[in-house]
Design a protein around this ligand. Structure first.
Ligand code: HMG
Ligand code: MG
Length: 314
């Protein structure tokens, strides 16, 4: 068996498209409900298994997500795609349940300074607040994700020791949360940082499903994703069409790794990925047109069934 065949033996890469949430939460321009719905409907046809379509957070904190209820009511859900949303508290869960959300993502961080800015509580307080959310979500047969932001660097505290991430992770896993998304919030980590983090994570909590949520400020996200896949067998990654995104409380950090670039890089490495990256670009094009700027993604290789590779511009 050659090395390409060995890569293809691995389970497929599973991408959660977070453009409609992480991508749009921080934009200065307000997009119409119709534009958001069309974006999500177009993403539904790209082959991604999951789309984070909104956030049931305080509209005072994140005005751009205030219409998430209407977004969920109006999208055309496709069989085989899970439509998830951020939920900060029980009020958010009520809203999510009202509109038939299938999966909820609760969120905290590995650093108090970040949670104090982002959700006005310490890490401990935030876990106390999300506990009843998870209990009720599970009782309602919703799937669950727990985000841990600042898993490598915090904008206020600098480098975060992996032991602190593991400590938060243990508490989330104890609640019965099915997957943990490690937020590389600043997009500043290197493959070495990711290795150090994952060494600790898998040594301490070996059975948990890990998702890497990689922002791409310094262009390291693909190298980080590849390290996690090759060395640790991580197959779950978040990505954002066109590289949209950022967090209001992580100044200067850019969007998530562009979905089309991550998909193309994994395909070129011999991984199985169900996503059609050219469709991702087409889905994102109208959004960037309305935002009045260019996509952040690079031109990419499209590996066709023939084995030929052609270059596609974003
Ligand atoms: P709070 O300000 O501490 O106080 O909110 P509160 O609970 O009293 O709520 C304030 C106001 O919001 C009140 O309204 C509530 O009713 C209302 P008022 O009485 O003043 O009129 N409210 C709500 N309204 C609708 N839906 C709700 C809801 N909750 C409260 N669910 C809270 C604390 C956590 C709720 C707030 O700070 C919040 O919603 N923060 C959201 C922050 C956020 O969404 N940040 C971005 C996402 S995280 C991220 O991007 C990182 C990630 O991508 C991973 C990574 O990159 O690392 C996930
Ligand atoms: Mg993020």
């Amino acid at each position: 068996m050659n090395s390409l065949e060995k890569q293809q033996e691995k389970p497929p890469i599973l991408i959660t498209e977070v453009g409609p949430r992480d991508g749009l939460q921080n934009e200065a321009t307000s997009l119409s409900l119709t534009t958001k719905v069309q974006f999500i409907n177009a993403l539904s046809k790209t082959g991604v298994p999951e789309i984070e379509a909104g956030a049931f957070v305080s509209p005072k904190a994140i005005p751009k997500m205030a219409d998430s209820d209407e977004v969920f009511r109006n999208i055309s859900k496709i069989e085989g795609v899970t439509y998830s949303a951020l939920v900060p508290n029980e009020r958010g869960l009520d809203r999510a349940l009202d509109v038939g959300v299938q999966k909820v993502a609760v969120f905290t961080a590995a650093s108090n300074s970040f949670t104090l800015h982002n959700i006005h509580s310490t890490v401990e307080e935030s876990i106390n607040r999300l506990r009843p959310v998870v209990v009720r979500a599970r009782r309602n047969n919703l799937k669950t994700r727990g985000y841990i932001s600042t898993a490598v660097f915090c904008p206020y505290e600098g480098r975060i020791p992996p032991s602190r991430v593991v400590d938060v992770m243990r508490q989330l896993v104890a609640l019965g949360i099915e997957e943990i998304a490690l937020g590389e919030t600043l997009g500043k980590a290197s493959p070495r940082d990711i290795s150090l983090l994952l060494d600790h994570v898998y040594a301490e909590v070996p059975t948990v499903r890990i998702v890497l949520h990689l922002h791409d400020t310094y262009g390291m996200a693909i190298a980080n994703a590849r390290t996690a896949w090759q060395q640790y067998g991580v197959v779950n990654f978040d990505a954002s069409a066109g590289g949209l995104g950022g967090c209001p409380y992580a100044p200067g950090a850019s969007g998530n790794v562009a979905t089309e670039n991550l998909v193309s890089a994994f395909k070129a490495s011999g991984a199985i990925v169900s996503v059609d990256e050219t469709r991702v670009v087409e889905a994102a094009r109208p959004i960037f047109k309305e935002l009045g700027r260019n996509m952040l993604s690079k031109p990419f290789n499209v590996a066709e069934a023939t084995g030929k590779v052609r270059l596609a511009a974003p």
